[in-house]
Design a protein around this ligand. Structure first.
Ligand SMILES: Cc1cc2nc3c(=O)[nH]c(=O)nc-3n(C[C@H](O)[C@H](O)[C@H](O)COP(=O)(O)OP(=O)(O)OC[C@H]3O[C@@H](n4cnc5c(N)ncnc54)[C@H](O)[C@@H]3O)c2cc1C
Length: 196
């Protein structure tokens, strides 16, 4: 993506949050306070123009036939929503989505994921919040605390076939990668995208 500001172009990457849909696509954006570009995106009005480059990158579901675990925090959910909406009806993958945010109201697309989990028995949705309120009865704490449950290994051998996709800010991504490696997952089984 390219955002023009005066004579200087500023570029930022954003994940596509929607499935294939002709020339339309959705983004899922966080306003970074004091950020150079994201606050401007929130100020955009209908009719104003910004410039996008073609889609880039390889953060896609590699082997829909393998069991996959998606680990996201915050707007790191964007590429997973795209993959789920694209693949669940088409290739029927076995997927667990572990999604961490601070507050329950920050669980983006919560209802949609809950409906998908009802509709597709091979899809499991595991939300967790680090700052639950009194109404929250679900999982609490960081995504790291729920990795074993998300991996859901029925036998030790299954560790060789699962693929884990991670998306979010660097600190979480690096920590989850290290934990997965210490559990015995190989480099090629861990696919990740860092937002910073
Ligand atoms: C491959 C890729 C895909 C991305 N997809 C998305 C996306 O779908 N949605 C999205 O909101 N951002 C996404 N980002 C982050 C985005 O590119 C920008 O870094 C972000 O919008 C901040 O830009 P800025 O100019 O406002 O802030 P800057 O002035 O560049 O300040 C950068 C600061 O913002 C922090 N930051 C970056 N992204 C986030 C975030 N999402 N939440 C909280 N803090 C953040 C960084 O840690 C850093 O401290 C993606 C980044 C990459 C590399």
């Amino acid at each position: 993506m390219v955002e023009k500001k005066g004579p200087k172009e500023i570029t930022r990457a954003y994940s596509i949050a929607s499935p294939r849909d002709g020339n339309r696509f959705a983004l899922c954006l966080n306003r970074v306070p004091d950020g150079l570009v994201s606050p401007q995106l929130f100020e955009l009005r209908p009719g104003e123009e910004i410039e996008f480059s073609e889609p880039l990158g390889y953060f896609t579901l590699r082997h829909p036939g393998h069991r996959a675990v998606f680990v996201a925090t915050g707007t790191g959910i964007a590429p997973f929503r795209s993959m789920l909406l694209d693949h669940l009806p088409r290739t029927h993958p076995e997927v667990t989505l572990l999604f961490g945010v601070r507050y329950p109201e920050g669980l983006l697309y919560r209802e949609e994921f809950e409906k998908l989990a009802e509709q597709y028995p091979k899809f499991k949705f595991m939300p967790t919040v680090t700052r639950p309120d009194s109404s929250w009865t679900g999982r609490a704490g960081r995504v790291q605390a729920h990795l074993d449950e998300a991996l859901g290994l029925r036998t030790p051998d299954e560790i060789d076939t699962v693929e884990v996709y991670i998306c979010g800010l660097q600190e979480m991504v690096d920590d989850v990668r290290a934990r997965l490696k210490s559990k015995g997952l190989g480099r090629k089984q861990i696919i990740y995208e860092k937002y910073d």
